[in-house]
Design a protein around this ligand. Sequence first.
Ligand code: GLU
Length: 510
Amino acid sequence: MDKTENKVKIVTRFAPSPTGYMHVGGVRTALYAWLFTRKHNGKMILRIEDTDKEREVPGSITHIIEALRWAGIDWDEGPDIGGPNAPYLQSERLDSYKKYAQVLVEKGLAYADPYSEEELESFRKQAEDDKRPFLYRNHRPENPPIWDGSMPLRLKIVNPQKSKWHDLARGDLEAGPEALDDFILIKSDGYPTYNFAHIIDDLEMEVTHIFRADEFISSTPKFLALYEALEIQRPEFVTLPPIMGPDGKKKLGKRDGAKDLLDYRIEGYLPEAIVNFLALIGWHPGGNDEIFSMQELKDLFTIDKIHKSGGNFNDVKLNWMNREHMLKLSHEEYKKNLETFMPEHLSTLDTYASRIDSVCAIVRDRLEYFKQIQEMYDEGGLEYFFVAPLYDADILMCSEKMRKGKDLTRESLAKILATCKLELEKLPKETGEFIEGGEVKWNKESVKNALWPIAELEGRGIVLWGIRVALSGKEKSPDPFILAETIGKDETLARIQRAETFLKEKLVLS
Ligand code: GLU
């Protein structure tokens, strides 16, 4: 049990900056906050931290919202849905920041920074030359000008001391007084810094728990100084472990495949798989299970099971998990997903509607994400389900090894194919399920039963290979019985006939 559970109404927030994309690390932060909030019937807020206008990328807010919603993460207040704490864009909350800045000025705890960039630079250089760390507070002006908004406003660190604090995920943490310096609250462009703005917002929005990445640990002494200066109670901190690259040596970067969340949608990953995967980088409920639904994650989530050290982002594991979640889909759901990735021209073919269900069932345990159906197509492993293939004589004739000492010429293979065709002609045309002892239908079992005696007589390798290639044209494809069932009786016979003619014509030509 988390110590903080159920004492107060839980309020969390996810506070991304609109800098262009929705990094998987950010999604995991949002997810942990969401799991915790929903588990405890709390309230989640989406707040956009857009005070760094230089880094802002147009369209990001819409993108962030779309990505989070795709992952199944929702919120109770936010820029798209409004709420009692609106506005939810920091750039629209400047009055609040000014109000609290003024409070600090009046208390004598914040002052205008009169120095130019050049002056600050010379202080920095001086410190470097003297081989001591640069601290702004050593240069604090004795009589700062009145703050009129044209100069940065800094917090006055009156008594820099060692900071100690408790993090619900990390335990007890501390930092020396050197971590504290007079830092900027409001920049000269009128926008607040992250350090200041988020504290005011969390206060006004009554946030109880801050879930955030570990890069903010080093700034925590500053946050603590501000809570103290404002005489406010701080929310609980829940710091997540870093997401490491696949080798576990450094933080996940774009180069290791740190994609935008919506790239996974483009590739045909399931949101529930991504969520499952991200949840388990840095948290596990205990036991050996790895596959969890969103509901299960929500039921199982507790802060005390968040790991302290980083977890690896491993594509192989992600693909495995995605496949597991794909296998949980009903046939109809699977098909719906698969069809959005089908090469378009295939879906316009006459053969498409009657065969797509079987194709779906065949690829079901092969694909790790839906876009792989296009790779299958590119590798020649899909078209033959819908279109009769072209042949290569060398592929139709199986290898010496498979012949097991039997002679095979094009002519003899053509004859074998003809015999197979005769046997298959005897089967009914209607395709249907195989029922032991029941009425015979055209399906993989009846096709196998019809061909097996010929395979026993002429050699399994030769017959099964020959029929399979007659149906697919490829060295690799599903077994001939599945192929025959999928394309139906007429098409099976037509393809065997074409392969037979092809072999004979080649004989005449060569
Ligand atoms: N705006 C910060 C970021 O995007 C969020 C930090 C926080 O959650 O307080 O990294």
